[in-house]
Structures are given as C-alpha cells and as structure tokens.
Design a protein around this ligand. Structure first.
Ligand SMILES: Cc1cc2nc3c(=O)[nH]c(=O)nc-3n(C[C@H](O)[C@H](O)[C@H](O)COP(=O)(O)O)c2cc1C
Length: 190
C-alpha cells in the first residue's frame, strides 16, 4: 500500500554540485548546490538563494565553475554548504582546497575536484519563483585518473557522492545496474 508524504522535493539522487566563483577582491568562494541540473547538451540551471555570496558573484562576473563532489572531498564540500562567505569570510581557505583560474570563464577551478564544468551565465531569472541561473557549458575539465582506456569518464573512478533530501544523507555510487538504450531491447522483439 502506498502512503502520501505530501508535496516535497522527493527526487533521489540529487547531485552534489560545487559552485566556485570569484569574490570582489579576487578570492575564491565555494558553495554546495543540489538543486539544479542539465537542461540541454550545453545548458544547465542552478536554483540559488539570492542572498548567497555565490549569487552576488554570479551576477557580477557572469561565470562560475561546477564540480562534482566525490568521496575524497566530502568534508570540505559539506562545510562550504554550511557557512556563507558573507558571515565567514575566507571559508574556502579554511578547507585547504586550492584553485586555479579558468582559461575559459571568469571563475576559479578547484584543483582537487576531478570533474569540472566551466560555465558562462546566459540568463538570470530573479522573481517570485526564485533565483535561477541559466548557464552555457563552455568546456569540461577531467582529471586523467578518472578516464577509462578509451578516454571516457568512468564514474566508478570518479566516486561521486549523491545527496538524499529525505534524510540529508550523502551516498556513494553503487554497482552498475544496466546499459541505457540497451536494457529494454528484449521488448523490441515482442
Ligand atoms: C547538501 C547541500 C545542498 C545545498 N543545495 C543548495 C542549493 O541547491 N541552492 C542553494 O541556494 N543553497 C544550497 N545549499 C546551501 C548553500 O550551500 C549554503 O547556504 C552556502 O553557505 C552558501 O554559500 P555562499 O553564501 O558563500 O555562497 C546547500 C547546502 C548543502 C549542505
């Protein structure tokens, strides 16, 4: 029997997207964002609280990088989602993570993350619905350690973490369960 749990953001898994931007003085800010995702092959969206420093930085620089948090950076990635640069200036330095300037967009790349999307802001929609950032993916940088012999990203090497909105847990990736556009093939023959 099914039970109603009310209207809530009941999607799982949610990504743990690490958004890096430059502050006014050129220092780095980093925040954790689960709400957002891919809209098209080179277009993504973030749903941010407009009071975040990240939102201010994005409005000013029209750019950010988005990295996927993994098991090796779970403490750092969670910490920057707990405190705002507005109240805890220098929070990025405190994590011990390091950053380099992107060559494609006006935003920092956090060196320790293994998969990073370099994004240029296309449009910001700030109204009663929320603060939504639409951005073009200009390039994607991957650490060679997560590539398979054919040069494709191997998510089992990336070891991404996923966010569970029901109980605020972070989860690791499980076993591969099947192949897309292939697992359903038996029905084509019926
Ligand atoms: C797991 C997790 C997911 C989060 N997802 C979002 C999100 O999607 N949008 C958002 O505005 N804030 C989200 N936050 C909160 C921000 O990361 C947090 O408020 C952060 O301190 C903002 O930093 P800033 O003010 O330095 O930009 C999330 C935090 C955590 C821990």
């Amino acid at each position: 029997m099914k039970k109603s749990i009310g209207a809530c953001p009941a999607l799982f898994p949610m990504p743990v997207q690490m958004i890096a931007t430059y502050n006014d003085d050129g220092s780095v800010d980093l925040m954790n964002a689960a709400w957002g995702g891919i809209l098209d092959s080179d277009l993504l969206i973030l749903s941010l609280d407009s009071t975040h420093r990240t939102s201010d930085n994005i409005k000013k620089r029209k750019a950010f990088t988005l990295s996927i948090a993994d098991e090796t950076t779970i403490k750092e990635s969670d910490y920057v989602g707990m405190v705002s640069e507005n109240l805890f200036p220098g929070k990025f330095l405190k994590t011990g993570l390091s950053a380099s300037k992107s060559e494609k967009v006006d935003a920092p790349i956090v060196n320790e993350y293994k998969l990073t999307l370099e994004c240029e802001v296309e449009k910001i929609s700030d109204d009663e619905m929320g603060f939504f950032v639409y951005a073009r993916i200009k390039d994607v940088l991957v650490d060679e350690s997560i590539l398979d012999p054919k040069g494709k990203v191997d998510v089992t090497k990336l070891k991404p973490i996923m966010f569970d909105q029901f109980k605020n847990g972070y989860y690791s990736l499980g076993e591969k369960a099947g192949q897309a556009w292939d697992a359903g093939k038996p029905f084509l023959k019926k």
